[in-house]
Design a binder for this molecule. Structure first.
Ligand code: AMP
Length: 283
């Protein structure tokens, strides 16, 4: 396994590391502090590609001024051991200055899908995501890149960027990996104290209960959303809901009727920790 830290080394990896032009390259971008969710994406890439590249980069431009960039958990040594064990070929660990020139003046802005949901409380977040992913695609030049369904809005935004800017990268989406009790794995779960961890289960519980209501024929999105909000308040009073939306997973436009494959997405704060989760109904 090669560990590359400069953009120039990564750009030349196809030659230096034997990643020939004919070799298929699968790419898994991450912010590190790897967990089983990340490892499932790596395994997905491993099954499909001759070369697997993983990036570990806590991207400063996707964090707002009052967010957790400085505190975001990092453990490079452990991440490298996990990558080695998972059969990763190249780990790319750039510093911010490798990715952003001091006078960088070009960014990628997605103007539609980025507005609502997480975009409402995290202005600029998806500009940061699009910009770093575009840069990483240019540097790694993968045939496909794997993203997690956990970040459903990110998946929609990245697919739109790839479509609109004609990137020749296939976007592959891996399912959400959860703890046994249903909590979606996240690097931020380490922030949760024990009582908060209990309340955090409210996100997935609400999604599951909404799905159960849908199965019992509650198909009207407005009624189902109202039902879900009430369920969360009644059962998980410490969870501070940010949004609960029912929408099309590609356009992120609200749906009037809930059908199989419709996205239900939730974001909430438990104590200081912001958590997100979602389901695709009936899948
Ligand atoms: P992050 O390191 O949080 O930026 O995540 C890197 C990638 O892993 C993103 O594509 C995430 O959607 C994905 N990911 C994070 N958590 C999970 C999870 N629990 N299950 C599946 N994929 C995940």
């Amino acid at each position: 396994m090669k560990v590359l830290r400069t953009t120039s080394d990564m750009l030349h990896a196809r030659w230096h590391c034997g990643m020939g032009a004919e070799t298929s390259v699968g790419f898994v971008p991450t912010m590190g502090y790897l967990h089983d969710g990340h490892l499932a994406l790596i395994q997905l890439a491993r099954r499909r590609a001759a070369w697997v590249v993983v990036s570990l980069f806590v991207n400063p431009t996707q964090f707002g001024p009052n967010e957790d960039f400085a505190q975001y958990p990092r453990d490079e040594k452990r991440d490298l051991a996990l990558c080695e064990e998972a059969g990763v070929d190249v780990v790319f660990i750039p510093t911010p200055s490798e990715i952003y020139a001091a006078d960088a003046s070009v960014s990628v802005v997605e103007n539609q899908l980025s507005e609502g949901m997480c975009g409402s409380t995290r202005p600029g977040h998806f500009n940061g995501v699009c910009t770093v992913v575009a840069k990483l695609f240019q540097i790694v030049r993968p045939d496909f890149a794997v993203f997690g369904q956990k970040d459903a809005q990110q998946v929609a935004v990245i697919k739109r960027m790839v479509r609109d800017l004609f990137f020749s990268v296939e976007i592959v989406v891996g399912p959400i990996v959860r703890e046994k009790d249903g909590l979606a794995l996240s690097s931020r779960n380490v922030y949760l104290h024990k009582p908060e961890r209990e309340q955090a289960l409210g996100l997935y519980a609400t999604l599951q209960e909404m799905q159960a209501q849908w199965e019992m024929d509650m198909r009207d999105a407005q009624s189902l959303t109202a039902w879900g909000r009430q369920y969360l308040v009644d059962h998980y009073p410490e969870v501070e809901l940010e949004y609960l939306v029912i929408c099309d997973p590609d356009s992120l436009l609200p749906c009037a009727d809930v059908q199989a494959g419709t996205l239900i997405a939730i974001a909430a704060r438990v104590g200081q920790t912001r958590l997100i989760d979602n389901i695709l109904v009936g899948t």
